[in-house]
Design a protein around this ligand. Structure first.
Ligand code: LIP
Length: 260
């Protein structure tokens, strides 16, 4: 299944890379304020579904653009959770920080995760109980004991004035206590970077299952923790996530639990 998912991701990447050479021809639609979809997101998603559906006709799908196909719930045997182009706003502007994210959920548990950066040709993969890999090399979260020495990341989905106020408060609390907080615009890549130690921690609120499903498994299979702002493990349901190595995770929960 991992090989088939990789094949699907590479198909989507071919669509994305081809379009990235001529961004003026990309048709952009605003789903809601500052939340965009392009014909490239849709074509990449169709390319992924085509490969997976051909190999597994009975499987179900939960996708950012085309929604659900088949029976999608915690009893479902196989559900593919797909974000064909995570970081769409970056893609539209030619800012090279976006990725294909594919996860497999079996009876409510994420068992396979893949994040593919088509610009850097970085393939992050993980299978439950079998570790996490970058371009087939085993990866681990960075050993970082103190948030004071950590490089963090976050994100913000344009929302209400209350959401912005909250985001700015969290940013201030974390920025002044760490080496810095990056906001690069792709949750899937932020989580993959935590898994391989390029970042020591990441937090964001208001995300969708397809933004974080694959990345969360990468982090946990790399020895990190992914959870809710209160430390519980229902981040996939709430869409609020903290992900980091064990020590920094605990410290971030301490700082951010009031925003849960
Ligand atoms: C994006 C996330 C990012 C978040 C953006 C957006 P999309 O996903 O990856 O972390 O800050 O608001 O949700 O919409 O590009 O798939």
């Amino acid at each position: 299944m991992l090989n088939t998912a990789v094949k699907a991701a590479r198909r989507a990447a071919a669509v994305i890379n081809r379009a990235s050479f001529d961004l003026d021809r990309v048709s952009v639609t605003e789903k809601q304020h500052n939340d965009f979809v392009t014909d490239v997101d849709q074509a990449a998603e169709q390319a992924i579904i085509e490969v997976l559906q051909k190999a597994y006709p009975s499987h179900a799908f939960l996708c950012e653009e085309s929604g659900t196909t088949g029976n999608v719930n915690d009893e479902s045997e196989f559900v593919w959770i797909i974000d064909p182009l995570d970081g769409t706003t970056n893609f539209i502007h030619g800012f090279p920080q976006y990725a294909v994210s594919i996860a497999l959920q079996q009876r409510g548990v994420i068992t396979l995760g893949l994040v593919y950066d088509p610009v850097a040709n970085d393939l992050f993969t993980a299978e439950k109980g079998a570790g996490a890999y970058l371009n087939e090399k085993r990866i681990r979260v960075r050993k970082q004991d103190r948030i004071a020495g950590a490089l963090l990341a976050t994100g913000y989905k344009n929302g209400s004035p209350k959401a912005l106020d909250e985001y700015l408060k969290m940013y201030a609390i974390t920025a002044e206590r760490s080496h810095g907080v990056r906001r690069a615009g792709s949750a899937a890549l932020d989580l993959a970077y935590v898994a391989c130690g390029r970042l020591d921690g990441y937090y964001e609120k208001g995300l969708q299952p397809w933004d974080i499903a694959a990345g969360s498994l990468l982090v946990t299979e790399a020895g990190g923790i992914a959870g809710e702002f209160n430390g519980e493990s229902d981040h996939m349901t709430s869409g609020n996530i903290i992900a980091a190595g064990p020590k920094v995770f605990g410290q971030l929960v301490g700082l951010l639990t009031e925003f849960a």
